[in-house]
Design a protein around this ligand. Sequence first.
Ligand code: COA
Length: 195
Amino acid sequence: MEPRTVRFSHTRFTELMIPSYANFGGKVHGGIILSLMDKVAYACSSKHAGGYCVTVTVDGVEFLQPVEVGELLHLDASVHFVGNTSLVVGIKVTSENVKTNHVKHTNNSYFTMVAKGEDEKPAQVPELILRNISEVRNFVDAMKRREVKKEAYTKMQREHDEFILVEDMDRLKDQRCKVAFTSEEDEDFSSLISF
Ligand SMILES: CC(C)(COP(=O)(O)OP(=O)(O)OC[C@H]1O[C@@H](n2cnc3c(N)ncnc32)[C@H](O)[C@@H]1OP(=O)(O)O)[C@@H](O)C(=O)NCCC(=O)NCCS
């Protein structure tokens, strides 16, 4: 398998935001944008892999600004990282006002995709040729993001396992929630709670 450049699989989708994409507030529904992001991630990763890819995880989805009906949504996808069978596709979403040509940055996300072979098993992907500092930076960032996510996941799993009702209830003191247990089993603990 010949290594491939980032440019080889760079993919741009542009779609007009039509009225049927609107949510109840009149802005474009987040699900429409997510669906387009999944499609562009598929197109980009499959081109690099030379075959079928599936979405495994999505990181960094955060809608920074609303997208208006009538705007042109641009999705730029490129491969940031390749592992053995997995790839990370970085997607930059921008929205363009067709009347003023004002372009706003809407979203940056990272889709982890896995290539599948004819047998439906994960298949090796070509190496990535990094041609400039920005591509090296994206590759290293993806490695770091993966490490940070793994550490955060392990820490959260430990926190979940170490939950102690009486101690952790203290965290709720200044929160906007009301504890109103309904089962007798849970009510037995109420006397142990100090507020
Ligand atoms: C993702 C999937 C292929 C992993 O299968 P698996 O038999 O566990 O395969 P492996 O453990 O060999 O993992 C394959 C690759 O996925 C990566 N991977 C698996 N789970 C991951 C996760 N949660 N986050 C990031 N990468 C992950 C592994 O690190 C490995 O990458 P590498 O080969 O580059 O090192 C499998 O779980 C799957 O097919 N899931 C459904 C995906 C799908 O259908 N998505 C569409 C939406 S429904």
